[in-house]
Write a protein that binds this ligand. Structure first.
Ligand SMILES: *[C@@H]1O[C@H](CO)[C@@H](O)[C@H](O)[C@H]1NC(C)=O
Ligand SMILES: *[C@@H]1O[C@H](CO)[C@@H](O)[C@H](O)[C@H]1NC(C)=O
Ligand SMILES: *[C@@H]1O[C@H](CO)[C@@H](O)[C@H](O)[C@H]1NC(C)=O
Ligand SMILES: *[C@@H]1O[C@H](CO)[C@@H](O)[C@H](O)[C@H]1NC(C)=O
Ligand SMILES: *[C@@H]1O[C@H](CO)[C@@H](O)[C@H](O)[C@H]1NC(C)=O
Ligand SMILES: *[C@@H]1O[C@H](CO)[C@@H](O)[C@H](O)[C@H]1NC(C)=O
Ligand SMILES: *[C@@H]1O[C@H](CO)[C@@H](O)[C@H](O)[C@H]1NC(C)=O
Length: 447
């Protein structure tokens, strides 16, 4: 509880008036768009009733499973990056023993039902793509939105998927916000939220599982796209009851509810087999490069520190390769942009650079399991003037502790298409596991 309290301190004290206002007056264009979509696509109305168990492998036509998980060739066992063996050594977990025991129970018992592709009867439907796993999640265009696709792929390859909805703890609504965003018939935020609302209405009228929990309490969806934050806005129970697993997890946003919804790490796909630069090969103190538009705090950072040559802080691209900044710096800044999240945190973790988080109200991924203060430095927006002082005050001994803990948590921020233990998939699934265990209002029986 103390741990949750710590996270709660980050909760914003200022409620967003403008957010509530929008919430009370949803645009009435919704109705006409639904009518237009339905008249264009009458097949949306016909959903295969789930009276039968469906073979998910067939439904989603999964890409061929790699024979075994790709070997982890990063030097996590190198001397400067070894896992502490003594209990008294710093650990990045709030309570490793409790987490480990519960995690292992999850591996034995957790069951998730994936709704079948609603277009299963019509493979030529232009919307089928929205529900299928992405054929190439490593497509460079996906970049920032990779986590959404990586989660789905890992889930479909995991042992949690059940063909028997009656034994499921959770139900996955497999639509992809990222695919919708690039879909010629959807694209706009408004048509995406109409499509999602329409889809969920169909699920709730055609399948008995939605109503059984009082309206989607045991249902979830995933997104890592800023557009996703409004995707659920036009379906009341979807955004109030269902669990949103999202990269844009902030205490300062109307459609994200901490402790119901789940923070997903935003991860840029990078090759796993890199060698970490040890701390003594990191000659830059701190690195940041990024666009400053749309971000008051980045502008402030640049105006305060942009001219200090002992810091590598750039507006736009640096004069050297971006990755080089992460490899050769002791600290790497993550500074709030348009959203609280960017891939910089997982990039920093990937390259062994201690993340410095300047992003108030961010509900950090896995914050109830990982003690972020043991492997990152959190700086409040108002302390940005003290940045250099804060970083130069960290003793060498303290830095080595941060670095060791960072090495330990690296595995939690990696995706694999066949999930491996304690990877980003299993950590995210564990967040769902913690949210199970409510009473179903009704039971359902399958033949
Ligand atoms: C479901 O299956 C049962 C028997 O297997 C059958 O009696 C019933 O009509 C089916 N319902 C639908 C909606 O197909
Ligand atoms: C389920 O569907 C398959 C084909 O779609 C059919 O062969 C089978 O009899 C069905 N089972 C039940 C219990 O309805
Ligand atoms: C589901 O379909 C896949 C591919 O067709 C097949 O390999 C697998 O055995 C099927 N599983 C079940 C439970 O029928
Ligand atoms: C540890 O590192 C060595 C080389 O540095 C490698 O051969 C070995 O496979 C690694 N062990 C594990 C468990 O990763
Ligand atoms: C399947 O989708 C295609 C393309 O949208 C459409 O022309 C066709 O009528 C649909 N078939 C059925 C059975 O709904
Ligand atoms: C779920 O509840 C809604 C609203 O009460 C109802 O319209 C719908 O038919 C129900 N779904 C099922 C599968 O019974
Ligand atoms: C940084 O340098 C630029 C260009 O030399 C100058 O215009 C600006 O005032 C400087 N900013 C600070 C805070 O010294």
């Amino acid at each position: 509880m103390a741990l949750l309290g710590r996270v709660n301190l980050r909760r914003s004290r200022t409620s967003s008036w403008n957010a509530y206002f929008c919430y009370l007056f949803p645009p009435f264009a919704v109705m006409s768009l639904i009518v237009i979509i339905l008249s264009l696509r009458p097949d949306i109305l016909f959903l295969k009733s789930h009276n039968n168990t469906t073979n998910i492998t067939k439904v989603f036509q999964l890409p061929a499973r790699s024979p075994k998980p790709s070997p982890q060739r990063c030097n996590d066992n190198a001397s400067h990056c070894s896992i502490p063996t003594k209990a008294e050594e710093a650990s990045p977990y709030h309570n490793w023993q409790i987490f480990k025991a519960d995690y292992e129970e999850m591996l034995q018992k957790f069951k998730i039902f994936v709704y079948p592709d609603v277009f299963i009867n019509n493979k030529s439907s232009p919307f089928a793509l929205v529900f299928r796993p992405h054929p190439n999640p490593l497509d460079p265009k996906i970049g920032n939105y990779f986590s959404e696709h990586a989660f789905k792929l890992a889930l479909l390859h995991s042992s949690f998927v059940t063909q028997h909805p009656e034994e499921a703890h959770f139900f996955f609504l497999p639509f992809s916000i990222n695919v919708m965003r690039n879909h010629p018939l959807l694209r706009s935020e408004s048509s995406i939220s109409d499509f999602v609302a329409n889809y969920v209405s169909r699920v709730s009228s055609e399948f008995e599982f939605w109503n059984a929990s009082g309206g989607g309490v045991d249902h979830f969806f995933v997104c890592c796209h800023s557009v996703g934050r409004d995707a659920a806005s036009k379906h009341y129970a979807l955004h109030n009851n269902a669990i949103q697993i999202t990269c844009s997890s902030t205490y300062f946003q109307r459609l994200y509810t901490p402790h119901k919804d789940i923070a997903l790490p935003q991860v840029w796909p990078r090759p796993h087999d890199i060698l970490l630069n040890p701390p003594n090969a990191r000659n830059k103190l701190v690195f940041f490069a990024g666009r400053v538009q749309n971000s008051r705090i980045r502008k402030e950072l640049l105006s305060l520190w942009g001219n200090d040559t002992s810091l590598s802080i750039f507006s736009g691209n640096p004069s050297f390769p971006y990755e080089e900044g992460f490899r050769t710096s002791k600290y790497c800044l993550h500074v709030k942009g348009y959203e609280v999240n960017t891939a910089r945190i997982s990039d920093a973790i990937h390259y062994g650079c201690i993340p410095v988080l300047i992003s108030d109200h961010y509900d950090l991924p896995f914050g109830n399991i990982l003690d972020w203060s043991t492997f990152s430095i959190i700086v409040s927006h108002r302390d940005i003037g003290l940045l250099k002082y804060i970083l130069t005050s960290v003793s060498e001994q303290m830095y080595m502790k941060l670095y060791k803990n960072l090495c330990i948590v690296r595995k939690h921020f990696r995706w694999h298409d066949v999930p491996t233990s304690y990877d980003a998939f299993h950590m995210t699934a564990y967040q769902l596991w913690l949210r199970r265990g409510f009473h179903r209002l009704a039971t359902y029986q399958l033949n």
